[in-house]
Each structure stands twice: as C-alpha cells, then as structure tokens.
Design a binder for this molecule. Structure first.
Ligand SMILES: Nc1ncnc2c1ncn2[C@@H]1O[C@H](COP(=O)(O)OP(=O)(O)O)[C@@H](O)[C@H]1O
Ligand SMILES: [Mg+2]
Length: 508
C-alpha cells in the first residue's frame, strides 16, 4: 500500500502568493517514529509538527506509526508562518487513508490548535486574490474566522471549517457545506470625525484642503491644545473615497499584518499615528516575519507623525526612500519583500520644546539654542518632502465659544474629488496622479505664469530667500489651488496663496 499524499496550498512572500505542494510520505517500516519537515520552512513551520501531532491525536485520529517525511515543494521558495499546519495534517490523514475521497482540487490554509481547532491565519486575502485570477475556479478550505476575506472575491469557492473532525467529515462527503457567499463590497465613506467640529483655524483648514487635493505632505506647527491632532484626524474624511482597487490594495496589507478584525474590505482611508518612541521596524516594516510597518498600513491614507522632532533620527532617515518612491523594500536573510507605502504625511510639532514659543498667553521657558536645535531636527530628509507648512495659533475665547458650525467634511471632500479628477486627466499620460508627484521638468512644462504671477514669485524668491526646491513646491501647490478653483491657468492669486504655505524661519 502506498503511504503517500500531496496536498495543495499557497505560501506568501510579502504580498505575493505562490502555489505550493505539501507532500507527505509515511514509512511504516522505519524503526524510529518521527516527523521530518524539509523544503525551506522557517522555524514556525518547523514547530508545525508538534501542533499537527497533538491536533490529530486530540481529534481522535490515529497517528501513523513510522517515519513521516513532509516535503514543501518547490524547495527554492521560502515558506513562512503557521498556515501550513492544516495542509500537513490533511496530508497525513490522506496518506493514512482516513481521508478517502480525492482532494486534489482543494487548497488548504489554517493553523491548528492542539485540540484540533482550525485557527485564523494572516495573509489570506492576497493568497485568495492570486488564486482567483487562475483560469479554473479554485476550491479552498479556510479557517472559519477568515470568512470575511473570502466573501469579497467572486471567482473562488471557499469553504470554512472550525476543526479537523469537521473537515474530515466534509472531505469524506459525510456532511454538506455551502461555499461562502460573495458579498458586493460597499464603498461608502464613513466619516466619524467631521471638519465642522473645528472652530476657527480657517487658515489651517484651508491648508488641509489644499494638501488633500494635491496629496501634498503637511506640517502643522502650534502650541499644545491648538487643535493639531484634531485637524489631522479629520483629513482622511476629506480625501476622495477609495476606489475598489485601492480598497483591495489596502486590505491585502491589513490581511498580511493580521489587522483585519473580521472586516471584509478596508473601505475607509487609513489613519495611522505611531508614537514617536516607535522603532524603525514598527514604522518601516520588517522583523522576523517581514511584516508591513506603519507606512504600509497608512498606504492610500494618512500617516500622522505627532511631535515630529521627537522621532528618532534613524526613523526619519528611513522614511526618505518610501516618501520618494511610494513603496518600501525590506530585506532579511534570503528574503526581500516590497510593500506599497503611498501615504499622505501629516506631521505636527510644537514651536519649541516647552511648547509655548510665540504663544500670546504663555511664557516660553526655552533658551534660544533649544528652540533652534528643536526646529533643526526635522530639517533635511523630511522637510524636503513637505510641501505645506502651517502655523496654528491658539483659539481666542470668542472663537472657541462660537456656536455656528463650520463647513462639513462632505462639502470639502467634493471639492477635493473634483480637483483630483482634473489632476488625473492632466497627468495620466505621465503615469502620475497628484500634483505633489511632479518633478522639476514636469512643473516647467505644465505651468506657465503670466507676467504678474512671475513677478510675484520673483519677489518672494528675493524676500523669503527661496531655494530652487522651494520654488518648485510653491508652483506645485499653486497648481493644486488652481485645480480646486477649476482654473485652467495658474493665476497670481494662486501663487500668492501658495507662498503663504512656505516654511517660516524661526527668527532668533
Ligand atoms: N479649533 C478647535 N475647535 C474646537 N475644539 C478645539 C479646537 N482646538 C482645540 N480644540 C479642543 O482641544 C482639544 C485638544 O486639541 P488637540 O487637537 O489635541 O491639540 P494639539 O494636538 O494641538 O495639542 C481637542 O480635543 C478639542 O476638544
Ligand atoms: Mg496633539
């Protein structure tokens, strides 16, 4: 009798999925009873044998005596994580004839508990997406708690199971199951925190609208309590609704990071605000499983770095490349993965270490050197990537006690969406989406100023001592302001507004 089986599954490297075969061979004549796993499995995979053994025994299945060899093929692809528990267990059950029916059409994913429960695994969505692109409709077996991820895909038959006994009964035809029903994803925008809650701060609100419209990175500076965090949190709500592609892209990342919390599709633009003590790995990604970091979790949304000067220098340095390229590559031994990381950066800082420099009602206790050093910290890599700088004053009491609500997020978002459409129509030939992505040559090609506009810019260059790079930023931002207005040309008033968003030097 043949004691061999082959079971299909998929392994993930970053967001890419590869079909693999889990082969099981049971040598009943061997003297030593053992399980051996070969074929580039990581330590988690190596631990599988203990879980698989206990799960089989505790589910009431006889564990085959003899030497069991499990081969993960092809052997040149690294296999990671615990989702191979299930295909291994099924392979053993098939090789020992407990599963009797043909299982060649099935693909299996799942971690096993010692009692035989089939547990949730990460990264199911990217794996299923890859399978759903295949010509023949694939049939997959998943943990019950991964159901929501399968429900958003059409071209796939997915069945969920709670434990090994249920799975065996299903595979042997003793119980019937229906595949998970497809649910049309609903891409509605839920805005929990609205712009209309923000009193006063008209300048900052307008700057946020311009930033959202052109996907410009934004720095908010102001004393504690002036509303920086409040404003930042509301920015995802004025960004355009996510397209289905964007939603799927973002969901894939959350699936790999195991942060889906039972949600099928992430439909809201992410807002991530890592603490300034966070490690480079937490922010950029990596670690033993090469998981996505905060910058990828913020993909298609907002990355909020509060207290920017407090972040570690190496973290800020590491942000440079993703801010430039919109993705991040993480290398570990034998493994290199790339995750998308295109986000809008919103940063906030106090004007000085104590927080009160320039405030009308508080005395600042910092020395001039402290203030200088504090503001210098962000110069260089990050500052270069920020197009819009805003100083936020503290609200006057009269503004704070104002009962009238200001404009809603919905209204602002409609303007932002129109401005984005104009940008897309103009720039799709360049393969770009937003004004913030334009380089110097493209700016020169796209923007021609009339003589008043040119003079205005020239005098700003002289008075504010703008560098070439700053001039490009002013031009990009004025193009966005023109787009918000629906103007074909960049007019002097657009330039004038954009100049206000330049960085103010701390004059000491
Ligand atoms: N412009 C504002 N309109 C309404 N409430 C405000 C405003 N600015 C601040 N607040 C109130 O003060 C609190 C603290 O603001 P916050 O955004 O945390 O300040 P910051 O981040 O600048 O220190 C907010 O939760 C809000 O209740
Ligand atoms: Mg704050």
């Amino acid at each position: 009798m043949r004691h061999y089986s082959s079971v299909s599954s998929v392994t993930m490297i970053g967001l890419n999925a590869y079909r693999i075969a889990v082969e099981v061979d049971v040598d009943k004549k061997a003297v030593i009873h053992d399980i051996d796993i070969v074929g580039l499995g990581d330590t988690v995979v190596k631990e599988s044998k203990k879980r698989v053994k206990s799960a089989l025994k505790n589910s009431g299945f006889p564990f085959p005596r003899g030497k069991i060899t499990i081969n993960l093929a092809p052997s040149d692809i690294k296999k990671e994580g615990s989702y191979l528990d299930l295909p291994m267990a099924v392979g053993i059950l098939k090789a020992s004839d407990i599963v009797q029916k043909d299982i060649s059409k099935f693909l299996f994913f799942g971690e096993l508990g010692l009692d035989g429960t089939v547990r949730k695994v990460r990264g199911v969505l990217p794996a299923l997406l890859k399978l759903s692109e295949e010509k023949e409709k694939p049939t997959v077996i998943l943990p019950a708690s991964n159901e929501s991820e399968a429900s958003i895909l059409k071209n796939i038959d997915a069945y969920t199971v709670k434990n090994l006994s249920e799975l065996v009964a299903f595979l042997n035809g003793n119980i019937k199951k229906n595949p998970i029903a497809y649910k049309e994803p609903e891409l509605k925008h839920i805005v929990a925190e609205d712009f209309s809650d923000i009193k006063g701060q008209e300048f900052a609100k307008r700057a946020a609208e311009v930033a959202a419209a052109g996907a410009h990175n934004l720095l908010l500076k102001g004393s504690p309590g002036c509303g920086k965090t409040m404003l930042a949190r509301r920015i995802p709500g004025i960004l355009p609704r996510m397209s289905l592609e964007e939603a799927i892209e973002t969901t894939k990342i959350y699936s790999v990071a195991s942060l889906l919390d039972g949600k099928g599709l992430v439909i809201e633009r992410p807002f991530r605000s890592p603490h300034h003590t966070a490690s480079t790995t937490a922010i950029i990604g990596g670690g033993s499983e090469a998981k996505p970091g905060e910058i990828s979790l913020a993909h298609n949304g907002v990355l909020f770095l509060d207290e920017l000067p407090e972040f570690r220098r190496d973290v800020l340095e590491a942000l440079r490349q993703p801010l430039e390229d919109g993705d991040v590559t993480i290398s570990r031994a034998r493994l290199t993965v790339t995750y998308p990381a295109r986000f809008m950066l919103v940063a906030a800082q106090n004007p000085c270490p104590c927080g009160w420099y320039g405030d009308r009602s508080h005395e600042c206790s910092c020395s001039w050197n402290d203030i200088k050093r504090y503001n210098k910290k962000i110069s260089g890599p990050i500052e270069d990537r920020i197009d819009i700088f805003v100083d936020m004053p503290r609200l006057e009491f009269s503004e704070y006690s104002e009962k009238r609500k200001s404009e809603s997020s919905k209204n602002i978002r409609e303007r932002v969406e129109r401005a984005r459409e104009r940008q897309y129509a103009r720039m799709k030939v360049l393969g770009k989406y937003f004004n913030s992505q334009l380089n110097h040559r493209e700016i020169e090609e796209l923007i021609s100023l009339d003589s008043t506009g040119a003079k205005l810019l020239e005098s700003a260059v002289e008075k504010l001592r703008l560098t070439g790079r700053s001039v490009d930023k002013v031009l990009k931002v004025s193009l966005t302001i023109a787009d918000l207005e629906g103007s074909e040309k960049v007019l002097p008033r657009h330039i004038a507004e954009a100049i206000q968003y330049r960085k103010k030097e701390v004059n000491l």
